[in-house]
Design a binder for this molecule. Structure first.
Ligand code: IFM
Length: 449
């Protein structure tokens, strides 16, 4: 073995409720914004996805066969509280069984409270641009903690607030499909506030726990090293990476970012007295999602809208990715993961990091009962080597969650993108381990590459 990971390194796989569960009307579950959004013409529905709500025992059996000791999953708010407020015991009972089954197999559960599936009833009250949702989210967090807190130690409040805010409310490519950049900025702030209040609620629930939030980072590349390109990269970096990170670290929103967004006129008025203190609850761990870098160029007309998820971020544009791409068209740059982890290590001193998602979609086929997904094996090998490099150079990385356990529902792309270690036939729901699953199991067993 050439690259050993530190003792106790947490190896896991990750999934999200709406992407795998299906059974969207079972046991009193209420509709979420994704049910409403995917009812639009041309979009695939998240039901049955992987039918995991009914097949969770089989799926946990697979995890157990692979010997992967941690499992990161999300709880659907609309299952636990169909209207966003009232508890549905059949919904909580599902997660109760899930956690017990994981523990019976010796697998440690890591719970994410929000992975984009807002109860539709709360969207009807304005969705994330409505700051009242921050308090409701804290109540929901406490409810889930009451049910699972005796067995679950690792909690993530929110997965990728960037996507929930800017893709959901900014460019409208995700649910709820709203294109209102001013509202998207307020949604971003309210998601951070919800994180802060939920962190307080989880801690008030007692017990020993580790609380994190998961951010998706996009290191920014430029072709030219001049002042204009550096400024374009700075703008995108501040929107994508530091909009969320800096307030969490107690540094507030970077002043340059507030200036970049001032013409939209909504972010600063949304920041009430005391909000930044609530957002800055000390984190036990930072969850890091990394898939690909972004490429930035200056925009000639500084008043023109850019091509980034928040078009109102002016003065920069996003360039197409290059080199060998995944089937989602994402660039493969493992060295950017090393750089990101080292930068986070410096930028957030003393904060342990866990890779909460990393993986790649490719077009896989089952041939004679096997899936030879060499590209994914290579992707994982290169990115794990990149994590190892960062650890060798001092980054405090405590774990790695492969995205994803199963091929699943990839949001607006439906079932066209396969990220799983396990192939799912969406007609028959048959599961087949891919070569990447065997590769990953081997890495986990050896605690190294
Ligand atoms: O499938 C998503 C996941 O829900 C959030 N992070 C990125 C993944 C791949 O797009």
């Amino acid at each position: 073995m050439k690259r050993g990971f530190p003792a106790g390194f947490r190896w896991g796989t990750a999934t999200a409720a709406y992407q795998i569960e299906g059974s969207t009307t079972a046991d009193g579950r209420g509709p979420s914004i994704w049910d409403t959004f995917t009812a639009r013409p041309g979009l695939a529905s998240g039901d049955p996805a992987c039918d995991h709500y009914r097949r969770y025992r089989e799926d946990i059996g697979l995890l157990s066969d692979l010997g992967v000791p941690y499992y990161r999953f999300s709880v659907a708010w609309s299952r636990v509280m169909p209207d966003g407020r009232t508890v549905e015991p059949r919904g909580t009972a599902f997660y109760d069984r899930l956690v017990d089954t994981l523990l019976d197999h010796g697998i440690t559960p890591m719970v994410t409270l929000y992975h984009w599936d807002l109860p539709e009833a709360l969207q009807a009250e304005g969705g994330w641009p409505n700051r009242a949702l921050a308090d409701l989210f804290a109540e929901y967090a406490l409810t889930v903690h009451k049910v699972l807190g005796d067995r679950v130690r690792q909690w993530t409040t929110i997965n990728e607030p960037f996507c929930a805010a800017f893709i959901g409310y900014g460019n409208g490519e995700h649910a709820p499909g709203i294109r209102d950049e001013g509202a998207a900025l307020v949604a971003g702030h309210n998601l951070l506030l919800a994180h802060g209040k939920a962190t307080q609620a989880l801690r008030s629930g007692g017990g020993e726990q580790e609380v994190s939030i998961v951010l998706n980072f996009a290191p920014v590349l430029t072709d030219v090293d001049d002042a204009a390109h550096r400024e374009a990269a700075r703008k995108f970096d501040f929107l994508h990476n530091r909009f969320f990170l800096d307030p969490l670290l107690g540094r507030g929103y970077p002043p340059e970012l507030l200036a970049d967004l001032a013409h939209l006129g909504t972010l600063e008025p949304a920041i009430a007295d005391g909000d930044l203190e609530i957002i800055a609850q000390p984190l036990d761990v930072l969850g890091v999602n990394y898939y690909a870098p972004a490429r930035a160029v200056p925009l000639e007309d500084p008043e023109a809208d850019s091509n980034c998820p928040l078009p109102g971020l002016r003065g920069m544009d996003v360039q197409p990715p290059r080199g060998e791409l995944t089937s989602l068209g994402w660039e493969q740059r493992p060295e950017c993961l090393t750089g990101l982890l080292l930068w986070l290590h410096e930028h957030c001193p003393g904060l342990p990091l866990v890779i909460a998602e990393n993986g790649a979609a490719f077009e896989d086929e089952v041939v004679d009962g096997r899936v030879h997904d060499e590209k994914r094996v290579r992707y994982f090998a290169e990115h794990l080597a990149a994590v190892h490099d960062a650890i060798e150079r001092g980054a405090d990385v405590r774990g790695y969650m492969a995205w994803s356990l199963l091929d699943n529902f990839e949001w607006a792309k439906g079932y066209t993108q396969r990220f799983g270690l396990v192939h799912v036939d969406f007609e028959t729901q048959e599961r087949v381990l891919k070569d990447s699953a065997r590769f990953y199991a081997d890495v986990v067993a050896r605690n190294g590459l």
